[in-house]
Design a protein around this ligand. Structure first.
Ligand code: XMP
Length: 522
């Protein structure tokens, strides 16, 4: 499917040289309300220049310009005086294109944090330095060793003498570090300066334009064919399905499998919202008894995950084969899901947990994938959900794992434990919302531990389960810190859960961060 693009609007062209961060560059630009279009080198070479193109960014990439024929870029760009910003490989390419020198610097390669020192003022770096230094994030082993003629050095690090260079007259800028990643403390300022002070582009891009464009892209891709979609109840698949429904209406057939492992009332609420309010064509399959039966006596986390994944695929296959002429399988894949599945170093990453997304592609099925959200980040999908009128409590929900509550009930699972956990989790969530904490926390949930302890309620002895609460702050789920609740909140929530959930007589709070722990317990 086409990437996000808009015709006849001022935009920035991003030329993708294969960096894992190219989409992050586009995202930073969208954050400033500016439209960008990502092109590969071939499409870039065939690009028709118009006044709508206000700037060009060359991304980083795994390639080298050392001892290699370098790609040519059209002289038209230079002639039209369109501003260019080269990032990492982009800087090295600019250097070679204009006659400078780049060398391989194995011994002086820079990976990770580096301290950048200012040599000279530049429009690109206005407000970027504090006391003439700034923390930046590097990932390179080739480096510029001689600037091209008519370029000026703006900043350097200990190991890279030409970390930022510019040719003001031609409006060409090159930077060795990655301003698009959050580890570069003030990276956004570089984009802001480039967009508004150098390219002088107007912020015209809105989430509404994105909605219109995505719907148009879906229509152009799918045409008269049928699409099936597994609705998990989460924000990603809901937003994807609403968009597709807007594009092709009843040719979208949704399947909602009730695993019985969602949060309290979640399945019912989501079904009602999507069916009644958004008019989706949904087939509901009540499979909670199947899941319970298959999970009986299973306590190993990986086995639980495997059983749940396979059960889902079987059910999904059975029902989807009943629908005729299906060409596409819709999924709410987001951009970070794609990054996570690739290794940033090219090496095989070790499997910590086998992730399961409800809606994961059954291997045997021969559908084409339709992934309308694949260029977007979670917060952008939430905004898009708002634009589409999706209820706030679906849109703003914390992340939830595919295997659901099964991996939050440690050890063996049964119906009563699921019910206990749903009640405790519901009280926790409602309290977080009531005290204005829900949106401050990236993910929070209750888990049920397979331990019974003694308590006393009234004059009687109790011997009941222990509930664990977990709440973390995180950017992307890859790393996380536990949230510090006030003593008052801790007291309130512990009382509420114990008083209202017979079967739980003790509440503990998880004070571990990731790494070394993970966010989920299993
Ligand atoms: P961990 O526990 O690995 O979790 O630190 C990181 C994030 O991923 C979520 N998670 C999953 N999401 N299918 C999913 O779609 C899964 O199987 C799965 N397991 C964990 C977890 O909730 C957290 O947000």
């Amino acid at each position: 499917m086409e990437s996000i693009s808009l015709k006849e609007k001022e935009k920035i062209i991003i030329v993708d040289f294969g960096s894992q961060f190219t989409k992050l560059i586009a995202r930073r630009i969208r954050e400033y309300g500016v439209l960008s279009e990502i092109l590969n080198l071939k499409d870039f070479k065939n690009l028709n220049y118009s006044n709508y193109i206000k700037g060009i960014i060359f991304s980083g990439g795994p390639d080298t310009v050392v001892n290699k024929k370098i790609p040519n870029i059209s002289r038209k760009i230079i002639k039209n005086n369109i501003p260019i910003l080269g990032i990492c490989f982009g800087l090295q390419l600019i250097t070679k294109l204009f006659g400078g020198q780049v060398e391989s610097k194995r011994k002086k390669r820079e990976f990770g944090k580096a301290i950048l020192r200012k040599n000279k003022n530049s429009t690109l770096t206005e407000n970027f330095f504090t006391n003439d230094t700034s923390n930046v994030w590097m990932s390179h082993q080739d480096a510029v060793t001689r600037m091209p003629k008519y370029f000026t050095r703006i900043a350097s690090t200990k190991d890279s003498p030409f970390t930022i260079i510019e040719n003001v007259e031609k409006k060409i800028y090159g930077i060795q570090f990655h301003p698009e990643v959050t580890h570069t403390s003030k990276g956004k300022i570089i984009f802001k300066n480039f967009l508004f002070k150098i390219c002088k582009i107007k912020p015209q891009w809105k989430i509404r334009s994105l909605k219109k464009q995505l719907i148009e892209n879906i229509r152009n891709t799918v045409k008269e064919d049928n699409v099936i979609c597994a609705l998990s109840g989460g924000v990603d698949s809901s937003v994807a399905a609403i968009l597709i429904n807007k594009a092709i209406g009843k040719n979208l057939k949704c399947i909602m499998v009730d695993t019985g492992l969602l949060r309290k009332n979640e399945f019912k609420f989501t079904y009602k919202e999507l069916k009644k309010k958004h008019n989706l064509n949904i087939k509901v399959i009540n499979a909670s008894h199947i899941y319970l039966k298959k999970l009986v006596n299973i306590s190993d986390p990986e086995r639980k995950r495997k059983i749940i994944g396979e059960t889902f695929i079987k059910i999904f296959e059975k029902y989807s084969y009943k629908i005729k002429n299906v060409k596409y399988l819709a999924q709410g894949t987001l951009y970070p899901d794609i990054i996570e599945s690739k290794s940033s170093t090219g090496s095989k990453t070790s499997k910590i947990k086998s992730h399961h997304n409800v809606g994961g592609l059954p291997k045997k099925m021969r559908f084409r994938l339709l992934e309308p959200l694949k260029d977007l980040f979670k917060d952008e999908v939430r905004n898009l959900g708002k634009e589409l009128g999706l209820a706030a409590n679906i849109r703003e929900k914390h992340p939830f794992p595919g295997p659901g509550l099964a991996i939050r009930i440690i050890g063996k699972i049964d119906k009563r434990k699921i019910k206990l956990l749903q009640e405790a989790d519901d009280i926790f969530t409602k309290s977080l919302i009531k005290y204005g904490l829900y949106k401050k926390i990236w993910q929070a949930y209750a888990a049920l531990l397979p331990i019974k302890t003694v308590g006393v309620m009234g004059d009687s002895r109790t011997y009941e389960y222990m509930c664990l609460l977990r709440a973390v702050k995180s950017q992307d789920g890859m790393t996380a810190n536990f949230y510090h609740f006030s003593k008052n909140f801790q007291e309130t929530i512990s009382n509420k859960i114990i008083n209202n959930v017979p079967g739980i007589n003790r509440v503990v709070y998880d004070i571990s961060s990731k790494p070394p722990s993970t966010i989920e317990l299993e």
